[in-house]
Design a protein around this ligand. Structure first.
Ligand code: FMN
Length: 324
């Protein structure tokens, strides 16, 4: 009854366990399925991490690897090692789980990303989720150029990958609506709104840069809700809510705004896998209360195109001051 379709995949629940610490080994992946998850997204394979590890290994072995062809051989076999390890987890997950298993790649360079993704599809991945979000810190590069890079990346990936393909996005684009609709035109099947990225912080005692909290707060879902509400009626691609979805009520809000599914990470880290069952039960209890017999009956019911005062999704100012 709470089943949904996301990127052409049949999910028995709209709750997907998102890429992260809970999806990096087979024990947790099985727990996610047992708890009622509709799908899992494996922990990303990070191109940057592979590169960093390869270069630090290379430095440690430089005297044996002085020849440039030796360096090349070393780099490619180290890369193969990471990819093989990832494929081992993917094959194991495909063997042990009956829910869809989505592989996730965090990419910097187009060609190697496509190569990894292609191998994962051949290994049985039900879909590929692509992370591509370079910080635009080069003042010589315009917003239009940043958008173009993402869009042409998506176009190239779409042509090369014969599997459902999603992009897990950030929201800092000058015209997010334009970027989303171009990704849709490129034939991307799913857009995950929004990834929650590393947030820099500073330790004022040690005078060092540190990392901000990796986990979300339960009130961080507003931007995803807004953009799903604004865009779900405009595009063919399926939208998936992410960031700050900690309970069933927030999952229902995402579906009402037009999400076909939601990805959760922090809630499972903090409350354990049982939270997935709690979210599922909340959704079905809420549906019963409101007389909906399937998720498709209410997905997008409050999106911009479906409500009379749809302009509210575009609202940026609080019209009344607090207390007035
Ligand atoms: C410790 C940690 C590791 C993560 N690793 C990844 C990752 O490898 N790939 C990815 O796409 N997202 C990763 N994420 C982000 C989550 O998948 C998710 O997008 C983010 O936490 C927001 O969702 P939430 O509010 O439910 O936590 C990670 C999150 C955490 C907390």
């Amino acid at each position: 009854m709470i089943g949904t379709e996301y990127m052409g995949l049949e999910l028995k629940s709209p709750v997907i366990v998102s890429s992260g610490p809970l999806t990096q080994n087979i024990v947790s992946l099985k727990k996610a399925e047992e708890a009622g998850a509709g799908a899992v997204v494996l922990k990303s394979i990070f191109e940057e991490q592979i590169e960093a590890d390869v270069s630090s290994e290379f430095e440690g072995n430089a005297e044996y690897l002085a020849h440039s062809s030796a360096e090349e051989f070393f780099a490619s076999s180290s890369r193969d090692y990471y990819i093989d390890r990832y494929m081992k987890l993917l094959s194991e997950a495909k063997k042990e789980l009956s829910i869809p298993v989505i592989a996730s790649v965090s990419a910097k360079d187009m060609d190697s990303w496509i190569d990894y993704a292609d191998r994962f599809v051949k290994c049985g991945a039900d879909g590929i989720e692509l992370n591509y979000y370079p910080i635009s810190s080069d003042a010589r590069v315009s917003g239009a150029e940043v958008d173009k890079r993402l869009i042409s990346f998506a176009e190239k990936a779409r042509k090369a990958i014969a599997a459902p393909l999603s992009i897990k996005m950030g929201y800092k684009y000058s015209s997010l609506a334009y970027v989303i609709s171009e990704l849709d035109k490129a034939g991307i099947d799913g857009l995950v709104l929004f990834n929650r990225f590393f947030r820099p912080d500073i330790d004022i005692e040690s005078l060092e840069m540190t990392s901000g909290s990796p986990v979300s707060q339960s009130d961080e879902y507003g931007e995803a809700l807004r953009w799903i509400g604004l865009m779900s009626g405009e595009i063919k691609a399926d939208l998936c809510g992410n960031t700050g979805i900690h309970d069933g009520a927030t999952a229902v809000k995402m579906l009402l705004s037009g999400a076909k599914a939601v990805e959760v990470c922090t809630a499972v880290i903090q409350k354990g896998f049982s939270v997935i069952g709690e979210i599922n039960s909340f959704i079905s209890g809420w549906m019963e209360k409101h007389g909906f017999s399937s998720c498709s009956d209410f997905i997008g019911l409050l999106s911009q195109e479906h409500i009379a005062d749809g302009w509210k999704w575009e609202r940026t100012q609080f019209l009344k001051t607090i207390g007035s």
